[in-house]
Design a protein around this ligand. Structure first.
Ligand code: GLC
Length: 522
C-alpha cells in the first residue's frame, strides 16, 4: 500500500460515527444521573456549594490564583458592576519537578511565594501598609477585615468539596502526582503557606476552572439568560453546569447538607467528565489510545479526557507516526538515499528527534498540520524540520501527517459534542413545545438561546473545532438542526481569574450573612 492509503487507513481508525455519538450521549446522561445519586461513581458530579450565577452587576476588588495546567497565574480583578472588569496578572510556568514533588508543602510554598511577589509588584502600597500596621499594632487577630484580600483559588483537579472554601483532593490528573496531598484540604494547604509569609490574603473560595468559566461567561454574556455550562477543552477537559438542587440526591442527609444555601433551588455541579466511561463501554479505542494510557501515571482513569484534550492528542499522533515509520514499507519519512536495514538510518527522522520520545510531540502541532493549506504543506514541513528533527520530509509525508492529525482532532471535537449535548439534554433545555413544532430553518430568537462558556487551547486555537462540534450536534437525537442553532458557544477568557473572583465575592457575602444571622440569634 502506498503512503496515502496507509495514512487513510490510520485516519479511518479515528472515525466516530453518528450512531456511536448518539449511543455515547445516552450513556453520558445515565452516568450523570448516577453521579448525582451516589458518591464513588465514574463521573464524580461534585456539588460545588455555589448556588447562583452572576448577572453582571457585581462589584469589588478580589484576588484569584489558578493552578491546574502548565502555568500558575496570580491575578487581581476589579469588577466594575457593569459586566466589565479589569484584570492584572502574572504567570509562571510550574517547574516540572514540583508537579511530582515529594511533599505538597514544596508545591504550595512555591505558590504562596508567587502571591507575595505579585502583591509587592502590583499592590505594593496596600501590601507594605498592611505589613507595617501589623508590625506596630501587634493585634492578636492579625489583619483587620478591611485589609484582607479575598482570594478565589482555582484548583483544577477533582476535589471533594464540603463547603465553598473547603475540599479534599480526590486524585491528581494531567501529569501531577504528589501522594501526600491526596485526601487533604487544598485550601488549608495554601492558606497555611500564605500565613507563613504573613500575607494579607484569605482563601475565600475553592473553584474548579470549569466553574470559574461558567461564572465568567455568565457575568459577561449577552442578554438576560444565565449560562448553563462552563467547559474547558485545554490541557484537560471538564464541564460544570447549573443543576436543580432536588436532583442532587446525594446531598440529602449528607453531613454537609447544612452548608447548602437553598434560596435559588439550584447548584453548580462539577461533572469531572474527564473520567466519563473509564470502562470504555461507548468510547472509541484504538491501539494508539491503549499505548498512551499505559504511559500515563493514571492508567484506566480519565479515559474521556485522554481522547479529547491537549495534554494527550499530540502523543496519540506521535504514536501513530512512529508506528508508520517503523513499518518501513509505508515510506513515511523515508530517506531515499539509504539502503540500510536499521530503522534509524532509513528514515529522515534524526536519531535525537523528539518524535522518538514519549510526549515528544506537542498538541499545537496538530493545529498547525490540520490548518496547513500552504503550497506543498510547506508550513508543516518547516515545523517538522525546525522543532522535530525531520529534515527532509516530502509533501506526501506532510500530507499523510495532516490527514491523521485532522482525524484525531475531529474525533476529539465529536467527543466534546457528546458532553455538551448530554448536559443540554439532561437539563431539559431544548424540550420546549415550540421546538418540536418548529422547522429546522426557523430563526432562533435571543431568549431561546442556551448559553455555553468555553475556554482552553483547543477551542481557541484548533482550526474548526467548534464547527466539528456543531456538525456532530446536528446529528444528535433531541438536538437536531434547530437545537444546534439554539446552542450559543462563547469563549470565556480568564474564567479562572474573573470567575474565581466572582465566587470569592459570593463566598464573602455568604460569610457575612451567616455572621449577621449569628449575631441576630445571640
Ligand atoms: C482535569 C481536571 C479537572 C479540570 C480539567 C480542565 O480534567 O481533573 O478538574 O477541570 O482537567 O482543566
Amino acid at each position: 500500500m502506498g503512503l496515502a492509503q496507509e495514512a487513510s487507513r490510520v485516519a479511518a481508525e479515528f472515525e466516530y460515527s453518528d450512531a456511536q455519538v448518539n449511543k455515547a450521549v445516552k450513556e453520558f446522561i445515565r452516568q450523570m444521573d448516577e453521579g448525582l445519586e451516589k458518591s464513588g461513581t465514574t463521573m464524580s458530579q461534585i456539588p460545588t456549594y455555589v448556588t447562583a450565577v452572576p448577572n453582571g452587576t457585581e462589584k469589588g476588588l478580589y484576588m484569584a490564583v489558578d493552578l491546574g495546567g502548565t502555568n500558575f497565574r496570580v491575578c487581581s480583578i476589579n469588577l466594575n458592576g457593569d459586566s466589565t472588569f479589569s484584570l492584572t496578572q502574572s504567570k509562571v510556568a510550574i517547574p516540572k519537578e514540583l508537579m511530582v514533588a515529594q511533599t505538597s508543602k514544596e508545591l504550595f510554598s512555591f505558590l504562596a511565594k508567587q502571591i507575595a511577589t505579585f502583591l509587592q509588584t502590583h499592590h505594593g502600597e496596600h501590601y507594605h501598609a498592611t505589613i507595617r500596621r501589623r508590625a506596630t499594632i501587634h493585634s492578636e487577630s492579625g489583619f483587620e477585615e478591611r485589609e484582607i484580600f479575598n482570594l478565589g483559588f482555582t484548583f483544577s483537579f477533582p476535589v471533594q468539596q464540603v463547603g465553598i472554601n473547603k475540599g479534599t483532593l480526590i486524585r491528581w490528573t494531567k501529569g501531577f502526582d504528589i501522594a501526600d496531598a491526596v485526601g487533604k484540604d487544598v485550601c488549608k494547604l495554601l492558606q497555611d503557606e500564605i500565613d507563613a509569609l504573613h500575607l494579607p490574603v484569605r482563601v475565600a473560595a475553592l473553584v474548579n476552572d470549569t466553574v470559574g468559566t461558567l461564572m465568567a461567561r455568565s457575568y459577561t454574556s449577552p442578554g438576560k439568560t444565565g449560562t448553563l455550562l462552563g467547559a474547558i477543552f485545554g490541557t484537560g477537559t471538564n464541564g460544570a453546569y447549573v443543576e436543580k438542587l432536588d436532583k442532587v440526591k446525594k446531598l440529602n442527609g449528607s453531613e454537609n447538607s447544612d452548608n447548602v444555601d437553598r434560596t435559588t433551588g439550584e447548584m453548580i455541579i462539577n461533572t469531572e467528565w474527564g473520567s466519563f466511561d473509564n470502562e470504555l463501554r461507548v468510547l472509541p479505542n484504538t491501539p494508539y489510545d491503549n499505548s498512551l494510557d499505559k504511559e500515563t501515571p493514571n492508567p484506566g482513569i480519565q479515559m474521556f479526557e485522554k481522547r479529547i484534550s491537549g495534554m494527550f492528542l499530540g502523543e496519540i499522533l506521535r504514536l501513530a507516526i512512529v508506528d508508520l515509520v517503523k513499518e518501513r514499507k509505508t515510506g513515511l519519512f523515508s530517506d531515499d538515499n539509504s539502503s540500510s536495514n536499521d530503522v534509524h538510518s532509513t528514515t529522515c527522522l534524526a536519531e535525537n528527534s523528539p518524535l522518538w520520545q514519549p510526549w515528544g510531540l506537542d498538541t499545537s502541532f496538530l493545529s498547525i498540520a490540520h490548518g496547513d493549506n500552504s503550497n506543498g504543506f510547506k508550513v508543516t514541513r518547516q515545523t517538522l524540520d525546525k522543532d522535530y528533527g525531520v529534515h527532509a520530509a516530502s509533501a506526501e509525508d506532510a500530507e499523510a501527517v495532516k490527514l491523521i492529525a485532522a482525524a484525531i482532532g475531529k474525533r476529539a471535537a465529536r467527543l466534546s459534542a457528546v458532553a455538551i449535548a448530554a448536559v443540554v439534554l439532561a437539563t431539559d433545555k431544548l424540550s420546549s413545545p415550540q421546538d418540536i413544532a418548529t422547522a429546522d430553518d426557523t430563526p432562533v430568537n435571543e431568549d431561546e438561546m442556551v448559553d455555553i462558556g468555553v475556554d482552553g487551547s483547543l477551542v481557541e486555537f484548533y482550526p474548526g473545532f467548534e464547527e466539528y462540534i456543531r456538525e456532530a450536534l446536528r446529528q444528535i437525537e433531541g438536538v437536531g438542526k434547530h437545537g444546534e442553532k439554539r446552542i450559543r458557544i462563547g469563549i470565556a477568557k480568564d474564567g479562572s481569574g474573573v470567575g474565581a473572583a466572582l465566587i470569592a465575592l459570593v463566598a464573602d457575602k455568604l460569610a457575612k450573612q451567616a455572621q449577621l444571622k449569628e449575631y441576630g440569634e445571640e
